[in-house]
Design a protein around this ligand. Structure first.
Ligand code: SF4
Length: 322
């Protein structure tokens, strides 16, 4: 297939079993390539969120003062058709020992860094032995408060969540796993059991999802996804607007559509089940929430107009402004 010349293709047995019939199935559409990926729109980029703009040493992105992204491997167990790093994922395996040493030295020499985000590729495709060694190295850096792993593995390859894997993650006292999943159909019984093993090991779980046209861009689908995650002890964290990666225009909704969906969820889901809808500003300028404004100034100092979840408008006088 022509798409395979530009972008990697891979799916796990777990996701293969989760697939329904036809290209419109929400799991099929995430992993099976189509000719639409060969269409590049003028606004699309090879590095949509600007990873390379902020890379002081190979394998590291330092965009915000207090946190860095460590791209520990380029490998994933699945290659998502809308991936924002689709130009780089699958191109290589784990970071070389020399590059990893240089990246760790940069972190150790930069006390402003409090948090390391392990991503890739997918850091949980590393063996427990390799992950254990890396977590040990990070645990030894005194100014690090938090290690965060962004991973699709608990959902797409749940058998990887072994006792060795959870023990490796527990090497650092504050390790968060942020699970990437976009539709409740991916959350198979085995995936939910893997999430339970992580939760039982004391690892806080968050989720991130991408808003994808034809896959999850309706309120019922998102509500079911976020309810299923919350029931599995995963706090929905981010809903990403689909980034401007090459060949992904057929997945992208409008911002207005995303805002309308978030407004529709506000009244029907508990606050703990609602993620923040975010846009990564193209070019490496970071993430911003893009939820429709619920509170706007009226022009009178300290007086605001507040919109409730049903669209009703209310005045709010800010006591500290009078
Ligand atoms: S698992 Fe993540 S990094 Fe890998 S292809 Fe999917 S979205 Fe991209």
């Amino acid at each position: 297939m022509a798409v395979a010349r530009d972008f990697r293709i891979r799916v796990t047995p777990e996701m293969h079993h989760a697939m329904g019939n036809g290209p419109g199935d929400p799991v099929v559409a995430q992993f099976v390539p189509t000719a639409a990926e060969r269409i590049t729109r003028p606004e699309e980029r090879t590095d949509p969120i600007g990873d390379r703009v902020h890379s002081p040493v190979p394998g590291l992105t330092h965009r915000y003062p207090d946190r860095v992204i460590l791209h520990v491997t380029q490998t994933c167990d699945v290659y998502c058709r809308f991936c924002f790093r689709r130009e780089t994922v699958g191109a290589d395996g784990p970071l070389s020992p020399a590059a990893l040493t240089e990246a760790l030295a940069y972190i150790a020499a930069t006390p402003a860094v409090r948090e390391v985000i392990l991503t890739g590729g997918d850091p949980m495709t590393l063996s427990p032995r390799r992950l254990n060694a890396l977590m040990g190295d990070l645990a030894a850096i005194p100014h690090l408060d938090v290690i965060r792993l962004h991973s699709r593995v608990p959902v797409v390859a749940p058998q990887r969540i072994t006792a060795e894997m959870t023990a490796a993650l527990a090497r650092h006292p504050a390790t968060f796993v942020v699970v990437h999943t976009n539709h409740a159909q991916e959350l198979t019984a085995a995936a939910r059991e893997a999430l339970a093993r992580l939760a039982q090991a004391g690892i806080p779980l968050l989720s991130q999802s991408v808003l994808l046209k034809g896959i999850n861009d309706d309120a019922d689908t998102l509500a079911t996804l976020f309810r299923t995650l919350t029931a599995a002890r995963v706090k929905p964290y981010y809903l990403h607007h689909c980034d401007l990666a090459r060949g992904t225009g057929h997945f992208r909704t409008t911002i207005a559509a995303g805002q309308a969906l978030m407004a529709a969820l506000r009244g029907r889901l508990s606050g703990i089940a609602i993620p923040t809808y975010v846009l990564d500003i193209p070019g490496g300028y970071g993430k911003v929430p893009v939820t429709a404004d619920h509170i706007t100034p009226t022009g009178t100092p300290g007086l605001y107009r507040v919109r409730d979840w049903q669209g009703g408008l209310h005045d709010y006088a800010d006591p500290t402004a009078s």
